[in-house]
Design a binder for this molecule. Structure first.
Ligand code: NDP
Length: 327
């Protein structure tokens, strides 16, 4: 165990140039905490919101919500992990872009031997998000139809496979023909290149005018209105992110006019705040991967000191599937 660890921090919000990498003290775990030596960290779009200030942090602050590694020390009261265990997590507070850290143990999960550290770092945040979107937000069932935007991204490729494994028809959107093909290869039923084609009209065509049961929209500002127009009466709009910009305030009366639509704005972190629920969600994800129903597509891997380049590529829509930082 070393006293210090290479750590990415920001002192100001802004573009990818605000990242600084320095050796920071790690410390020992307190009650309810563990110390984990990372093998890989996951890169997620939420990290862009933290870096740019869309989701404010008290500065200076670490960045990154997900990683995998080996438990180095365990605080009092932690019973589900021991020194030497392989582990992975998605968790608050941000600070996962580092070689080692002390953090709350409740959301750290034992990582099955069959899942590599790279897969573990790539899958926890995006995979548990898909778990709650398909099982805890609305009661989706076989035969239902879902519209998922950015279906070739990290959350997207897991969602395509998850939908197929549950007998759910997934209509996806993506920003290029190559991305559309990738999502089809991962189980999407239909894909729409929303750079070339009006996705609302195409969704109406594909559903014989009815509309979809559920929209999963984390693109945000650019797709929000169109997404509502893709829903069947009393359908559910799940707005869960803002890659293109924050969604403006919603006129509730408009939901009535468009057909008694429902709307929710969930976050992973309210779902995994409870230790038992978090471990259940992780186990469900591990089972999907172990069964072969879901494979984790790591589209990009960057060494930790190339974190700025990784963020530039993610924001420029150059990435597909999941992205990791290696140590
Ligand atoms: P992705 O890998 O999906 O990357 C974002 C994708 O969004 C891009 O690749 C791009 O795909 C699409 N996009 C559309 N418009 C823009 C734009 N203007 N700028 C940048 N990207 C754009 O990221 P993640 O899988 O990490 O996350 C996907 C979304 O889900 C994010 O919005 C994230 O915040 C959200 N999320 C929400 C969670 C929650 O619990 N609420 C948890 C996890 C993720 P294309 O080129 O195909 O359009």
């Amino acid at each position: 165990m070393t006293d210090t660890a290479r750590t990415v921090i920001i002192r100001d919000t802004g573009g990818p140039d605000v990242f600084q990498i320095e050796d920071r003290p790690v410390g020992d775990p307190d009650r309810g905490e563990v110390r984990i030596a990372h093998k890989a960290c996951g890169l997620n779009y939420i990290d862009v919101y933290h870096r740019s200030g869309v989701y404010p942090l008290d500065l200076p602050h670490g960045i990154g919500m997900e990683a995998s590694g080996v438990i180095e020390a365990v605080g009092e009261g932690v019973t589900h992990l021991k020194v030497g265990d392989r582990a992975a997590y998605a968790s608050n507070p941000p600070g996962a872009y580092c070689a080692a850290r002390v953090m709350p143990a409740a959301q750290v999960c034992p990582l099955p031997d069959a899942i590599s550290f790279e897969e573990g770092a790539a899958m926890m945040l995006q995979g548990m998000t898909v778990e709650y979107l398909f099982h805890r937000t609305v009661p989706l069932k076989a035969g239902d139809t879902v519209l998922m935007h950015a279906a070739a991204g990290g959350v997207g490729l897991i969602a395509c496979q998850w939908a197929k494994s549950e007998g759910i028809t997934l209509i996806g959107t993506a920003g290029s023909d190559a991305k559309c093909q990738l999502a089809l290869d991962h189980g999407a039923t239909h894909m729409i290149n929303y750079e070339d084609e009006d996705f609302v009209g195409r969704v109406r065509e594909l559903t014989n005018g009815r509309g979809v049961d559920v929209v999963m929209d984390a693109v945000g500002k650019d797709t929000f209105e169109g997404s509502l127009d893709c829903l069947r009466p009393v359908g559910m709009m799940i707005s869960f992110g803002n890659a293109s910009g924050v969604v403006p305030p919603v006129d509730l009366g408009m939901l009535g006019k468009k057909g008694s639509l429902q709307i929710t704005r969930p976050t992973l972190f309210s779902h995994i705040a409870d230790h038992v629920v978090c471990q259940e969600m992780a186990q469900h994800l591990f089972d999907k991967v172990a069964s072969g129903a879901v494979t984790i597509n790591i589209g990009q891997s960057y060494p930790l000191d190339k974190v700025a380049e990784a963020h530039r590529d993610l924001e420029a829509r150059k990435t597909t599937g999941s992205t990791i930082l290696t140590l």
